[in-house]
Design a binder for this molecule. Structure first.
Ligand SMILES: Cc1cc2nc3c(=O)[nH]c(=O)nc-3n(C[C@H](O)[C@H](O)[C@H](O)COP(=O)(O)OP(=O)(O)OC[C@H]3O[C@@H](n4cnc5c(N)ncnc54)[C@H](O)[C@@H]3O)c2cc1C
Length: 422
């Protein structure tokens, strides 16, 4: 029986393990941590759910549709649109196509111009008609240059695009690839954003259950320290053991993948963030319902997500819970960051008091995504770049997202099948 070792139990490794096991391959997945999920994990404490860094599932990602049973994940949805906030000012930007009741609010919103609203509708039509292949293999520039070229106003860029797409790419300067902008814009136009009722960590749990039921063996607390590809097969060192196998799939974070394989094309420059969770004594709506709040002034915090309103299961009882995300890898202490977040909230909501709000949890993620400058896709490593029967999976072979990670698991399995003549 053909055997494959998969190194890393993030989304990419779990998809690869499940698909290979489904083909009848003897699969062992080795995960260095005591829990699976990699960059998609949740903490459950005192009745709260805290995702390790605020993140969301785009329901229309094709690999999400192919690999996950969305009904089983019991999704809780954000409302399309956003609240734009700055000192002494809030406004609503809704999606008039999805939410006709908000049409007037959106038309009257002065944080973006009427021209921007018309350009958004036109762009939506263009991108819905454009294929993913055309987006990722076409011309690429920075998001900022792209929006300027399309005629969007400075107001639109500063008040909406910088915090919203800065939140998606963890890069508020909008210097990231416009292909990522186009693809995520298209996905938002065609679908929704959501979190599972049990937290984002339910996604890898779901994939792990599927991989195990397909026959994969999953071993936690198993750190791989070396991988060697041979002409016919490969070896993996884990603890004091050396495992011999027909092929290895390296599905770790990019930095470890580069260390284990020596493939220089694996990108290791990262983008980080800090997410802080605050609870309030009652279900205060913060006047935003289930919409994200975007900070039009600066990135402290860049966004605030009303998690308690979106997914009441994230809180015990009727408590309010919101997730504030600061971009980068700041040196400030948790208390200093929390105080900046509460100052910002107080400046946006002068009618509210925030002195009864409690900081519940801080997640610091120095490496959340790899940096994706314009043209980044042309230098990503080939799946079969390592020597011998060693193959690469992970977001860093596609683009930095849940879609990229899941898709990479699908692609590597096709490559392994081909190489092993399956
Ligand atoms: C805060 C944050 C916000 C994000 N926001 C979004 C979002 O809103 N939408 C979106 O689509 N994407 C988002 N992303 C990106 C997305 O989560 C990642 O692109 C994706 O999860 C990467 O999955 P992966 O399987 O490629 O890698 P990883 O998740 O990094 O998994 C690699 C696994 O390998 C294991 N490993 C490492 N070294 C070893 C070793 N030596 N031996 C054994 N195992 C090892 C790790 O422990 C880990 O479990 C976000 C990420 C973060 C962190």
């Amino acid at each position: 029986m053909t055997s494959v070792v998969v190194v890393g139990g993030g989304l990419a490794g779990l998809v690869a393990a499940r698909r290979l096991a489904g083909d009848g391959v003897d699969v062992t997945l080795l995960e260095r941590r005591g829990e699976l999920g990699g960059r998609v994990r949740s903490i459950h404490r005192d009745g709260y759910t805290f995702d390790r860094g605020f993140q969301v599932l785009f329901t229309e990602y094709p690999a999400v549709r192919a690999e996950l049973d969305l009904d089983a994940l019991d999704l809780r949805y954000f409302t399309p649109g956003a609240t734009i906030a700055r000192r002494g000012h809030r406004s609503t930007l809704a999606d008039p196509v999805r939410n006709p009741g908000s049409f007037l609010q959106t038309v009257l919103n002065r944080d973006v111009t009427l021209g921007d609203k018309l350009r958004t509708v036109a762009l939506r039509g263009d991108l819905v008609a454009k294929s993913a292949g055309d987006i990722f293999d076409g011309q690429d520039t920075s998001i900022e240059a792209y929006l300027r070229e399309k005629g969007f106003s400075r107001r639109f860029v500063e008040n909406f695009a910088a915090p919203f797409y800065g939140g998606i790419t963890l890069d508020r300067s909008l210097s990231s690839s416009s292909a990522v902008f186009e693809y995520t814009f298209k996905m938002l136009a065609e679908g929704r954003i959501a979190v599972p009722a049990e937290g984002m960590g339910a996604i890898p749990d779901h994939l792990a259950a599927r991989a195990a039921s397909a026959g994969a063996t999953i071993e936690r607390d198993s750190e791989v320290t070396a991988v060697d590809g041979h002409e016919d097969g490969a070896t993996v060192e884990v603890g004091s053991e050396t495992l011999s196998t027909d092929a290895v799939v390296v599905a770790t974070d990019p930095k470890t993948a580069r260390e284990l394989t020596g493939v220089e094309a694996i990108p290791t420059e990262g983008r980080g963030c800090v997410t802080q969770y605050f609870s309030g004594p009652e279900r205060r709506t913060l006047d935003t319902g289930r919409k994200l709040i975007l900070n039009a002034d600066d990135d402290r915090p860049n966004t605030v997500a009303p998690m308690g309103a979106v997914a009441p299961e994230y809180t015990p009882g009727d408590e309010q819970l919101f997730a504030a995300t600061v971009l980068g890898d700041p040196d400030d202490s948790d208390d200093e960051l929390a105080s900046a977040v509460l100052d910002a909230l107080a400046s946006w909501y002068p009618e509210h008091r925030f002195d009864d709000v409690t900081l519940r949890h801080t997640s610091r993620i120095p490496f959340a995504q790899f940096a994706q400058p314009p043209g980044f896709r042309t230098s990503l490593p080939a799946v079969d770049a390592p020597d011998g029967d060693v193959y690469l999976a992970g977001d860093y072979t596609q683009w930095s997202s849940i879609q990229g990670a899941l898709r990479s698991g699908q692609v590597v399995v096709d490559e392994v099948r081909r190489a092993l003549g399956q």
